[in-house]
Design a protein around this ligand. Structure first.
Ligand SMILES: [Zn+2]
Ligand SMILES: [Zn+2]
Length: 92
């Protein structure tokens, strides 16, 4: 492989793959998240998207600033959830 560009291409495919493999399938993909599911604020490239571990939607950090266990998704310790999932009664 003498072409440096093809090396960069393979490397970026690899990191994308690792990123995808690390996330649960019920999560909405980052590409589909253009605004916060809670406050509807539009995401800018510098804002980080957070996923609610219960509903899988994308939220800004303000709207996902809650911690709860979500046994139905396999999370048995407190993890990030959105405001509306946080208000749900009983086990998530
Ligand atoms: Zn928000
Ligand atoms: Zn949620």
């Amino acid at each position: 492989m003498n072409n440096p560009l093809s090396y960069v291409f393979i490397l970026s495919c690899f990191t994308d793959f690792v990123k995808e493999a690390a996330r649960p399938s019920y999560w909405v993909s980052d590409q589909e998240i253009s605004e916060c599911h809670g406050c509807k604020k539009t995401f800018t490239p510098v804002m980080s998207r957070h996923h609610c571990r219960a509903c899988g939607q994308g939220f800004c950090h303000v709207c996902s600033d809650h911690q709860r266990a979500v046994p139905s998704r396999g999370w048995y310790h407190p993890v990030r959830v959105c405001q509306s999932c946080n208000l749900r009664k009983g086990d998530l």
